[in-house]
Design a binder for this molecule. Structure first.
Ligand code: ZN
Length: 416
């Protein structure tokens, strides 16, 4: 599932993470909040302090860092507008090879100069371990008020300039396990300050899944939170926000909401809202996998169910396709989802999104007509029989072809 933060109130559940008094004295910059006070400390950006101390150090008052990061953002926007690859790469910290790939792919996808590039201004800074700084950035078109907000990380190079960065895996600190009862969060120290926010969204998401599906008694989701593209192979794709690992019985990968990869959100929207649909979608796969293996049912069923439960129907896309006489069969939608944008099939990313729109409406129609129990009957029976047409007829009383015709008619009345 394709792609910030000034409202975070952080409570430290992990007293073990707090620095020793000696370390605090040594830096002279950091004042730790107590579990009750929840205040943040002021410091200089890029100060050399250790991993364990680095919970929240607000360094927004560091004027030099603010100006340097602003200059870096300006140089990036200029390079994009001019199509200047070398100048673009010069704004980046390229020590992390996966980060380098993500950014060069992003630049190369533009094919030359870009018009109307959003320009970023840092509005808040937070010192992170290893001299990194997490910046809250507001994006605007030239001369207009900001429309979007994101959270990007920067490092300071030897020449004093600031570069857009992602830390190396070894700079993220150890992985830790935060038990929240109904679910757990597996996270790096790097993300220790945003766990309450992630837990808030996950609680809402899990409840939303539970409103549509029976939550499995024996399965408890583990949300694996990843702040960089290189932190987990399952999230190395540029537009992947979250992913379920089939067969893992509970692991949902999620991009850290305060990472470049989580994208930007409108300034008038709560920044964590963007996590909700991806989390509901992936948690639905998890529940589905507990009832019947997701890899043993057609994509239109598994992806359609996840989109249906997340209420992410993409109705506009399907409506457009129906009006243009471009609707597909659900078998075709499954094929497009299976292959994605692989060059061998010539499907575009718009095709893939349209395939998800077919799947979500296919599942919604099936459930409206036959009920949720019949959805699982079909899924279980097909997972066992591997004979689609016969199993579909037995489960529903109508043929797959007749269902396809009825579905298109339903879509036409609903959407056209
Ligand atoms: Zn999915």
């Amino acid at each position: 599932m394709g792609k910030a933060d000034e409202t975070a109130t952080v409570s430290w559940r992990r007293r073990a993470l707090l620095a020793t008094p000696m370390a605090v004295v040594a830096t002279g910059l950091i004042r730790h909040s107590s579990a009750e006070a929840q205040s943040s400390s002021q410091g200089s950006c890029g100060a050399p302090y250790g991993q364990l101390e680095a919970l929240i150090v607000d360094c927004t008052t560091d004027g030099q860092a603010l100006a340097g990061i602003g200059a870096s953002l300006s140089a990036r926007a200029d390079a994009l507008e001019q199509g200047d690859r070398e100048a673009f790469l010069a704004t980046l910290d390229l020590r992390n090879p996966t980060w380098r790939r993500i950014q060069t792919e992003y630049f190369d996808a533009g094919r030359g100069p870009r018009s109307s590039v959003l320009r970023g201004t840092p509005v808040a800074l937070q010192a992170k371990p290893g001299g990194y700084v997490r910046a809250t950035i507001e994006f605007a078109r030239a001369g207009l008020p900001p429309t979007d907000r994101g959270s990007w990380v920067f490092s300071r190079a030897n020449d004093g300039t600031w570069r857009h960065a992602e830390p190396l895996n070894e700079e993220l600190g150890p992985r830790r396990f935060d038990d929240r009862g109904a679910f757990a969060i597996s996270h790096y120290d790097w993300d220790a300050d945003i766990l309450d926010r992630v837990a808030g969204v996950a609680t809402t998401a899990w409840a939303r899944v539970g409103a549509s599906l029976p939550l499995p008694a024996g399965v408890r989701p583990t949300i694996s939170l990843n702040p960089t593209y290189a932190a987990h192979s399952g999230l190395r794709g540029s537009t992947t926000w979250a992913a379920y690992l089939p067969g893992s019985r509970g692991t949902v990968l999620l991009r850290s909401p305060d990472s470049y990869g989580a994208g930007t959100s409108p300034v008038n929207e709560a920044p964590d809202e963007k996590l909700l649909v991806p989390l509901v979608h992936e948690m639905t796969h998890l529940v589905n996998d507990d009832i019947v293996s997701v890899v043993r049912i057609p994509h239109w069923m598994s992806e359609g169910l996840a989109e249906h439960v997340a209420d992410h129907m993409r109705a506009g896309e399907l409506s457009w396709a129906v009006r243009a006489g471009r609707e597909w069969t659900l078998d075709k939608a499954s094929d497009v989802i299976e292959w994605g944008t692989d060059p061998g099939r010539n499907y575009t990313s718009a095709d893939v999104s349209l395939a998800y729109a077919h799947a979500s409406h296919g599942v919604r129609y099936y459930i409206e007509r036959f009920g949720m129990d019949a959805f699982w009957t079909l899924a279980r029976d097909f997972a066992a029989s591997r004979a689609w047409d016969r199993t579909f007829l037995q489960a529903t009383g109508i043929s797959w072809e007749a269902f396809g015709r009825d579905w298109v008619a339903w879509v036409r009345t609903r959407l056209a």
